[in-house]
Design a protein around this ligand. Structure first.
Ligand code: KG4
Ligand code: ZN
Length: 340
């Protein structure tokens, strides 16, 4: 099955052509193109939804053409058009969803609506060598807007079992990067870069919220407030302050994520762990995931760095591996607050 996939949930406009046939096989990527309006938002300090959507309107058609051209395929060889229908920014989602509907309708290609959050988990099938993940699986999505724990009984049956009750882990990286380093979005890479400037494990000054609670809930807004107080108390920050706060922050976020992931594994019997989302690009998190896999003897899957942040290849993978059923265009709508 060859799928043309479109992702426009946030500031990226991404289009890919992928090929695969279900959960037993890897999903091959024939083309994967992306254009981001990030540079425009860095001037304003945050993503301006209207600006993102306008950019997406101008880039979507050229990107569809480019993805098809790079894949060496024509519309006549495409078996499905997959598109992110939510969650995300409404203006941005509309650009992708309406484009996909028009392609589907005019080219008579089945329309396959996809949940953006689940597509981060299905990114684990992209260009993956065997063994592939098996079910039941535990999923952890760690992105700029979401931190969720999902139990996947099968590729089609899943339920939310935990997650953050306020800020997402990525959001905490982003807001604290602004406070500590005055770094623009996305702040995670900047914190990680600073943290690597020292090998010293810092004294634990920052809190590890809800880490000792048995629940699978998390909270990152208190951590952000603690960072704010530290920054105010030490202002102006020295280079050492920036390094030690970055290190402690990265340690705190990764520690909370790992403890809650391990707690989920105690509560649920599963065959594999699937982790996805922008924060999975973090080296310390990846290292911890690998260690946990060895310690607990459980297969842990996380995607190649290029498939951690938003991309369309993962949307195609979600349609194929998740067995998304064809939907009629008049029943598919962009849903900014789509849940699981
Ligand atoms: O999945 P994603 O690209 O977009 C959303 O759907 O939200 O995730 C973006 C998030 C941002 O918060 C960004 O700071 C974070 O991923 N991120 C990182 C790293 N690279 C990206 N966080 C920590 N360390 C990184 N290396
Ligand atoms: Zn995302």
């Amino acid at each position: 099955m060859k799928v043309l996939a479109i992702e426009t949930s946030c500031d990226e406009t991404a289009v890919a052509v992928v090929e695969g046939d279900g959960i037993q096989k890897q999903v091959g990527v024939l083309s994967n193109v992306v254009s981001s309006s990030l540079a425009l938002h860095q001037k304003t300090g945050g993503i301006v939804p209207e600006v993102a959507a306008r950019e997406q309107l101008t880039s979507i058609i050229p990107l569809v053409k480019s993805a098809l051209e790079k894949s060496g395929l024509e519309f006549s060889k495409i078996d499905g058009v997959a598109v992110t229908r939510g969650p995300g920014l409404i203006g941005s989602l509309l650009v992708g969803v309406e484009t996909a509907k028009v392609i589907s309708d005019s080219m008579k290609i089945p329309l396959l609506p996809v949940n953006h959050l689940m597509s981060h988990l299905f990114s684990n099938w992209l260009e993956r060598e065997a063994p592939l993940p098996s079910f039941p699986a535990l999923g952890m999505i760690v992105s700029g807007g979401h931190t969720d724990l999902i139990l996947l009984k099968t590729e089609k049956e899943f339920s939310w079992i935990g997650g953050t009750r306020d800020d997402a882990a990525g959001e905490c990286f982003d807001k604290c990067a602004r406070l500590i380093l005055d770094a623009p979005y996305p702040g995670g890479p900047a914190i990680s870069k600073y943290s690597k400037k020292t090998d010293d494990q810092q004294a634990k000054i920052l809190p590890r919220p809800m880490i000792h609670e048995d629940s699978l809930e998390m909270s990152f807004s208190g951590l952000k407030t603690a960072v704010l107080h530290e920054v105010q108390n030490r202002s102006p920050l020295s280079e050492e302050d920036k390094i030690s706060l970055s290190k402690d922050l990265e340690n705190a976020i990764v520690e909370v994520l790992m403890v809650k992931l391990k707690k989920s594994l105690e509560k649920h019997t599963i065959k594999s762990v699937l982790v996805g989302g922008g924060v999975v690009a973090n080296d310390l998190f990846r290292e911890n995931l690998l260690n946990m896999s060895g310690e607990l003897n459980v297969p842990v899957y996380f995607p190649d760095i290029k498939y951690c942040s938003d991309n369309a290849a993962m949307v195609g993978a979600a349609a194929i591996v998740g067995g998304v059923i064809e939907a009629s265009a008049d029943k598919v709508f962009a849903d900014p607050s789509l849940k699981f």
